[in-house]
Design a protein around this ligand. Structure first.
Ligand code: SAH
Ligand code: DHB
Ligand code: MG
Length: 227
């Protein structure tokens, strides 16, 4: 099975599940023009995220890792009227591209882009009592995934869903001795999810236009114990 064939199947499915959408196309064009890397979720993954938001009956979404706002548009569009997304991005230039894309998507009043290192913004969201969020999508620097999971636990409630992107990384997650901080962070994340008695979780491995990776789905069942 070749990567080209995964991509061809992804295109076949995307043509049906995520038909060409001028707003999403414009977001990707503007992201390319702005020099952003093409590490956004694929169209079928975007449709899957939107489906999860719907299944949750979510009204509020927290996203960690905005880039150009492509996944943000999928998440925000899945919300009912009055819903909101808070999305965190460390890079001011990327956040600017994202704001323009979200504006073009008519989502100005729905999405708030917060600029800064997520580890600085997340405690602020707790202090401001911005949560709890119904869905969290974690998709930023993978080395910090254990910390993002811990903050996500504090910013959710029983019934919330925490989704983490890129938890397989071409199988590199198997490399126990890896010195790559992204792999170390990803492996620690899996251990912490496994050690948390208050969540129910699984991982779906994905193949497609962006290779082999996976999404962790973590359903919060109990408040995180204090301390
Ligand atoms: N969710 C996006 C892709 C995000 S790519 C989509 O699918 O469309 C990951 C993003 O996380 C990048 O834009 C990167 O700048 C951002 N990021 C990296 N480290 C971060 C940090 N410490 N805090 C917040 N954002 C960070
Ligand atoms: C990278 C980041 C992502 O969120 C992703 O989905 C794919 C690749 C990266 O940093 O290389
Ligand atoms: Mg990702």
């Amino acid at each position: 099975m070749s990567e080209e064939r995964w991509a061809a199947v992804d295109d076949y499915l995307a043509a049906r599940l995520a038909p060409v959408d001028p707003v999403l196309e414009a977001a990707l064009d503007a992201s390319r023009a702005g020099g952003l890397p093409s590490i956004n979720v694929t169209p079928t993954q975007g449709a899957f995220l939107a489906l999860l938001v719907r299944l949750q009956g979510a009204r509020s979404v927290l996203e960690i890792g905005t880039l150009g706002g492509y996944s943000t548009i999928w998440l925000a569009r899945a919300l009912p009227a009055g819903g909101r997304v808070v999305t965190l991005e460390v890079d001011e230039g990327r956040a600017e591209v994202a704001r323009a894309n979200l504006s073009r998507a008519g989502l100005d009043g729905v999405v708030e882009v917060r600029v800064g290192p997520a580890l600085a913004t997340l405690p602020r969201l707790v202090a401001e009592e911005t949560g709890p969020f119904d869905v969290v999508f974690v998709d930023a620097d993978k080395s910090n995934n254990p910390a993002y999971f811990a903050w996500s636990r504090r910013l959710t409630r029983p019934g919330s869903l925490i989704i983490v992107d890129n938890v397989v990384r071409d199988g590199a997650v198997l490399e126990a001795g890896s010195a790559d901080p992204d792999i170390v962070g990803t492996r620690r994340l899996h251990d912490e999810i496994a050690a948390d008695p208050g969540v129910r979780a699984s991982v779906i491995q994905t193949v497609g236009a962006k290779g082999w990776d996976g999404l962790a789905l973590v359903l919060v069942e109990e408040e995180r114990p204090a301390g």
